[in-house]
Write a protein that binds this ligand. Structure first.
Ligand code: HEM
Length: 490
């Protein structure tokens, strides 16, 4: 039988006589206000957007699952991890940090790697990047950092000068900038990069023992990056290269996968570890805390509607489940409020009721009403405590994940340094011990090119003397040569 499409309706369901013609007074007469469909169509169109994310604007994502491959009960009681073979549905959103919607995907940038696990104990979100470290370690600097990566207030142009000014005045950024300026700053696709929670988190097992942990999602597709020239060529060829690659790979049935490796530090070892383990600008060298594979993440379903499922998904650092919690990492603590706040602003108070954000377990909360309220627990009292059988929190079963703090004066102070803490030690090790000679050559070329694009001479000089020279003397010298500057004095 021939397919008979349904009749178009208004959003209130009333069938319409035309999709293409407005109501007019005679064939040449004016358009009439009584055309209720036209009114609704234009009014809805005007409201088609929600505010963008404040950064990480351009991205893409997909659905899939996480499968547990090892017994993690010695370290966490999180229910979604409690059995080998157990699968949990999830959504992942990849993004570029400074790119607005419409910006080329392959520009040099850090990439966002955000995961929402729909577990039986509520949503658990990991909002990380494709790098194990970050540019700054105190949330107070975060808006300034992002401003410096975005656009100038007068011309509206991006500015390498602003970027290098901020970075070179923030030596804690050296590790992340070394990674960003290497070819890892131009990943070939989202499928060909690793993902990291970057920050340190806290796990607790059923016996109440606690562990500090770091998450590493290792790509099974293999790491593959563009060179700077290749990434620039791709910018001219396809603005949406990364978004297209993921969507088309999943459509072809090539489902990208990542192995989840954990670094696990016994609770007591944090106090005396050679690096402050809560400083997000540092890694924990693998020889100190080896990788423990515990699971596998597979992406096997594209969004059916990009706006509903990718634009409106809201990841939250504050979404924990029993057995997993925050750590003294200030960048974690500073983020706990910001993400829900952003979703409330962008999508609305009841953003967690949208299908993409809604947990798969039942919600029994005393929050009520607000715009677009959809969930209603019929008959449930709206206040606690109550005498009418409303939900009750059970402190015997659940508790906050905490750690002891030394009481003292309230103050604004820098991170406590551990014995090997220094902003340039780890990027120096990365340059000398991890990078191949080709990686090192590309790093030099990329930095020289980036610093040559509109960066003032005094900032170039500071970048050489106060930054790269401290990462590695030879590196500083090569960059100075590339920029035509005098070699740095050590
Ligand atoms: C104090 C520091 C930070 C603050 C205040 C902050 C705040 C925010 C806000 C408000 C958003 C938009 C969220 C939304 O509208 O859904 C966002 C997005 C994002 N942030 Fe941060 N952020 C911080 C640091 C970090 C760090 C250290 C990482 C990575 C380790 C990170 C990774 C991301 C990612 C991946 C997204 C995009 C999530 C998505 O795809 O929806 N942020 N951040």
């Amino acid at each position: 039988m021939k397919y008979q499409p349904p009749n178009t309706t208004t959003d209130a369901g009333s069938p319409l006589p035309s999709d293409e013609l407005s109501l007019t007074a005679g064939p040449a007469g004016p358009v009439l206000l009584q055309d209720v469909y036209l009114n609704e169509k234009l009014a809805h169109f005007v409201r088609e957007r929600v505010p963008d994310r404040v950064y990480h604007v351009k991205g893409g994502g997909a659905f899939g699952y996480f499968e547990v491959t090892a017994d993690v009960s010695p370290w966490t009681k999180a229910a979604f991890l409690n059995k080998v073979g157990k699968r949990t549905p999830l959504i992942v959103r990849f993004s570029a940090v400074a790119a607005e919607e419409g910006y080329p995907d392959t520009d040099r940038d850090v990439r966002g790697f955000a995961i929402k696990f729909y577990t039986e104990e509520g949503n658990y979100d990991i909002v990380g990047n494709n790098t194990p470290v970050f540019f700054i370690r105190d949330p107070m600097k975060f808006p300034d950092f992002i401003h410096s990566q975005e656009r100038l207030p007068d011309s509206g142009l991006r500015s390498n000068n602003m970027q290098w000014d901020f970075w070179t005045l923030s030596p804690e950024s050296a590790h992340q900038v070394t990674i960003l300026m290497s070819d890892r700053g131009t990943p070939r696709t989202w499928r060909h990069m690793d993902g990291f929670a970057s920050s340190t988190y806290l796990w607790e097992n059923a016996g109440g023992e606690k562990f500090w942990v770091k998450y590493h999602f290792k790509t099974e597709q293999g790491i593959s990056n563009f060179t700077d020239a290749e990434s620039r060529a791709m910018r001219a060829q396809d603005l949406d290269y990364h978004r297209r690659d993921l969507f088309e790979a999943i459509t072809r049935g090539e489902y990208p996968a990542w192995r989840l490796d954990m670094q696990i530090m016994p609770f007591e070892e944090a106090a005396d570890y050679r690096f402050n383990p809560f400083d997000i600008t540092k890694v924990w060298p693998h020889r100190d805390y080896p990788m423990i594979p515990i699971g596998r993440m597979v992406l096997d379903r594209n969004p059916a509607n990009f706006f509903a499922e990718i634009t409106q998904v809201g990841f939250e650092v504050a979404n924990f489940v029993p057995g997993i919690g925050p750590s003294p990492d200030r960048m974690v603590l500073g983020r706990l409020h910001a993400y829900g706040d952003s979703s409330r602003y962008r999508t609305g108070t009841n953003y967690n009721q949208l299908p993409v954000n809604r947990p798969i377990n039942e919600v029994h909360s005393y929050n009520k009403d607000g715009p677009m309220c959809y969930r209603h627990n019929d008959g449930q009292p709206v206040y606690a405590p109550n005498s009418y059988g409303g939900p009750r929190a059970d402190p015997e079963r659940y508790h906050d994940l905490t750690w002891p703090v030394e009481a003292g004066e309230i103050m604004r102070t820098a991170y406590v340094k551990h014995r090997e803490d220094d902003d340039f030690v780890q990027p120096g090790m990365l340059y000398r011990q991890v990078m191949t000679p080709t990686d090192r050559d590309h790093l030099v070329e990329n930095v020289v090119w980036h610093l040559s694009q509109g960066v003032e001479r005094f900032i170039q000089e500071r970048a050489v003397k106060e930054y790269w020279n401290k990462v590695d003397g030879e590196l500083g010298m090569r960059i100075a040569q590339g920029l035509g500057l005098a070699s740095p004095v050590r």
